[in-house]
Design a protein around this ligand. Structure first.
Ligand SMILES: [Cu+2]
Length: 277
């Protein structure tokens, strides 16, 4: 069953929207950024459905599963295990977007984004092929499906050394990478499902020959500027050069959106700042 024809998905999403709206109301006016960092992780995990991640990805433990890294520092390949409710390493995972495990790393200033696919040893130890990042504070995220439940678990990690912070670029409707221009359209409101479009062009001409990447037209992930909350935007389809996504961002504020797409067997990663009301 896909999430689209799953009636529970709609209900769960509606409940989450109500919950988020309540939190927004509570935080309204004064300090919208100071809301609890993991408002929906507990209810979302107990109601998890295939293909959805309703929480903000900031918990290291959810639905009985625990993200257990071998180290809290990063220097090249990064090893971790996912522990099950019995405390033992999980070895049975279900593929999502063609992979058994999706792994992300992002710096606290939203630079240094890496999205890799770890490999698992027989004992359940995963190795993520990270490129050694610049010094600083980071967060690592695991995204996987076990027994039909989609989980996103994360932890802070550090890369030792002197760190220099980069200022977050202002929100924009366009960005570019490798000679491609991407126009991002649509208004996003926290806690609600909104349509976001990405129109890809090159030298003023629409790009209509994107190759599939992870079984889809493009892969979009977003990280909250203040607390690094995580969101994966689900693809909805493509018309010509315009891709449509379902944006369901759990919190208001600025988000750094990473757009990955493939042409001529080369993967491109564009980034743009968007604002969720
Ligand atoms: Cu992935």
């Amino acid at each position: 069953m896909t999430r689209k024809d799953n009636p529970m998905f709609t209900i769960t999403r509606a409940l989450a929207a109500v919950a988020a709206a309540g939190l927004l109301t509570a935080a309204c006016g004064s300090t919208p950024m100071s809301m609890p960092s993991t408002p929906m992780s507990t209810p979302s995990s107990s109601m998890s459905m295939p293909g959805m991640a309703m929480g903000d990805g900031l918990a290291a433990e959810s639905g009985g599963y625990t993200f257990a890294p071998a180290s809290s520092t990063v220097s090249g390949p990064f090893q971790f295990r996912i522990l099950g409710p019995d405390g033992r390493a999980v070895t049975e995972f279900e593929p999502e977007q063609t992979k058994l495990m999706h792994f992300y790393l992002v710096r606290s200033d939203l630079t240094g984004f890496q999205h890799v696919h770890p490999t698992m040893a027989a004992d359940g130890t995963w190795t993520a092929p990270l490129t050694t990042p610049a010094a600083g504070a980071y967060r690592v995220y695991t995204q996987f499906v076990v027994k039909g439940a989609d989980e996103v678990l994360s932890r802070p990690v550090t890369v030792p050394g002197d760190a220099t912070k980069t200022a977050l670029p202002a929100p924009s409707a366009t960005t570019s990478v490798d000679g491609f221009t991407l126009a991002v359209g649509g208004k996003v409101m926290a806690g609600m499902s909104h349509e976001l479009t990405v129109d890809v062009s090159k030298d003023g001409r629409p790009v209509t020959d994107l190759q599939p990447y992870l079984d889809t037209d493009a892969h979009l992930t977003a990280f909250h500027a203040t607390n690094l909350a995580f969101a994966h935007l689900h693809p909805q389809g493509k018309t010509g050069s315009k891709l449509t996504f379902e944006a369901m961002l759990p919190q208001a504020g600025d988000w750094r959106l990473f757009i990955q797409f493939q042409t001529d067997n080369v993967l491109h990663t564009a980034a743009v700042t968007i604002s969720a009301a």
